[in-house]
Design a protein around this ligand. Structure first.
Ligand SMILES: CC(C)(COP(=O)(O)OP(=O)(O)OC[C@H]1O[C@@H](n2cnc3c(N)ncnc32)[C@H](O)[C@@H]1OP(=O)(O)O)[C@@H](O)C(=O)NCCC(=O)NCCS
Length: 321
């Protein structure tokens, strides 16, 4: 939690404009915007008519855009058509899509009129991320967007879990990329050394199956592509407890000391972070989407206004990555 306070301080020094496309659709987003403006945490863009918003939104730090009256709408529609025509999108479909808050927000980002987007309290993950995957795409040196969760608890070291929200059934290559991206994220955020556990129900060949082979190969690929401390395949008790790790043949210092946990598929990742949060008392911040060309973050539909504020803080930090 000390980390969260430090991140809030670091984020305040960054001048970035974040789009919250659901402020007129969801009370929690509206409340989060009020908090952001009151505490001067970010410049924001919201959608709707000025009459939909209270006094505190009449601030130099807030822009209210009525999408249907936006002057560059035709230009945005043409841009979207050009971007997606080889995928079968027609101009009339593009003209309809840019009126949707999710697509319009991505076009603002694409046109450098904003620095990040935070959405997903109202819309589903798929509806939030699809426009971003189609329009914003990955950073030039990355090919996969992945969803990581920052897990925080007083007195405990911060942890990162990935993938928890996007890549349903990753290949070994995908898992290796997820591991490296999560390690980079951990290092940038905490300024500490990431120790990455590639998780399975097997430790170093204790069980044999295609599911285990996938994680073992991913470990080799991740090790060959980076200099991070990465080890696996291993069970989660080996990742958490040094004595168990030693007993099960883990020789590296990842055993018992892991702080980045890579899950074999989205079922495992999504279930695990919720178990650790609900039963273990950790606060889950995210999912934080890594590797987008510009930061786009997806909220959980069960999120609180404070979690939305924290996601805006992290989104501002991601503008520096
Ligand atoms: C996000 C999601 C909807 C995208 O799948 P989709 O709508 O079927 O879209 P596609 O697979 O056609 O992908 C759309 C585009 O995104 C790209 N894409 C999809 N996943 C990607 C990833 N992880 N990284 C980079 N690009 C990706 C595709 O290559 C495609 O690009 P293109 O259209 O330019 O060729 C899908 O991955 C999904 O549903 N994931 C699970 C999300 C979820 O429900 N999470 C709940 C837990 S919070």
């Amino acid at each position: 939690m000390e980390l969260l306070n430090e991140l809030r301080k670091r984020s305040k020094t960054i001048n970035a404009t974040i789009v919250l496309p659901e402020a007129n659709l969801d009370k929690r987003v509206y409340l989060a915007c009020q908090k952001i403006l009151k505490k001067n945490l970010a410049k924001i863009i919201v959608f709707g008519k000025p009459k939909d918003f209270g006094e505190e939104f009449k601030s130099n730090n807030c822009q209210i855009i009525d999408i249907s009256k936006f002057k560059r709408l035709d230009e945005f529609a043409n841009q979207l058509f050009e971007l997606r025509k080889n995928k079968g999108l027609t101009l009339s479909e593009a003209q309809k899509l840019v009126l949707e808050p999710g697509y319009f927000a991505m076009m603002l980002l694409k046109n450098n009129m904003a620095d990040g987007v935070v959405a997903g309290a109202y819309y589903s993950t798929a509806d939030t991320l699809r426009p971003a995957l189609q329009i914003i795409k990955t950073k030039p040196n990355k090919s996969l967007v992945t969803g990581a969760m920052l897990m925080l608890k007083y007195g405990k070291k911060p942890l990162v879990f990935a993938d928890v929200s996007l890549v349903e059934n990753p290949t070994s290559e995908n898992l290796a990329d997820i591991a490296i991206s999560a390690a980079e994220f951990y290092k940038t955020l905490t300024r500490k050394t990431p120790k990455v556990a590639m998780l399975s129900y097997s430790t170093k060949g204790s069980a044999k199956s295609e599911m285990v082979d996938k994680v073992a190969l991913a470990t080799k690929l991740a090790q060959s592509k980076s200099t991070f401390h990465i080890d696996g395949e291993m069970q989660v008790d080996s990742a958490l407890n040094k004595a168990v790790a030693t007993k099960k043949g883990i020789k590296s210092d990842v055993g018992g000391n892991a702080n980045v946990f890579i899950f074999p598929d989205l079922n495992a990742g999504n279930i695990s972070y919720k178990l650790v949060a609900r039963l273990g008392g950790y606060t889950a911040i995210g999912p934080i989407m890594l590797n987008f060309n510009k930061p786009v973050n997806d909220l959980s539909r069960g999120c609180t206004a404070d979690e939305i504020v924290d996601t805006v803080v992290i989104t501002k930090l991601l503008t520096l990555f």
